[in-house]
Design a protein around this ligand. Structure first.
Ligand SMILES: [Zn+2]
Length: 99
């Protein structure tokens, strides 16, 4: 995190999710890498904890957009070439053979 010229230990804010205090000069991973997102502080641990969910939703969003485009174009073959939807779980993933 960039130094702001504040004295060490100054309370910058609290993580919006876990309420951990984020202080100037705190060198812990969580505080040092804290971010302001849409005007609120989030500690690095909370942001990193979201990665699996964000990755999953990113795939879901991309698939949903491709599916809509394929339906509008009347070409579902492209969708099945690009994506694999696992039978049973419904889990969506990229087809590694799609170029
Ligand atoms: Zn947090």
């Amino acid at each position: 995190m960039q130094r702001r010229g504040l004295s060490k230990g100054t309370l910058l804010g609290k993580c919006q999710w876990c309420t951990q205090p984020i202080k100037e000069g705190d060198s812990t991973f969580s505080s040092y890498n804290a971010r302001i997102i849409n005007t609120k502080w989030y500690c690095a641990e909370c942001i990193v904890a979201l990665k699996p969910t964000v990755d999953e939703l990113t795939i879901e969003k991309e698939y949903t957009e491709d599916k809509l485009a394929a339906e509008q174009a009347g070409n579902l073959d492209l969708l099945s070439q690009k994506w694999i939807v696992e039978v049973g779980t419904g889990k969506i993933r990229h087809n590694p053979n799609y170029k």
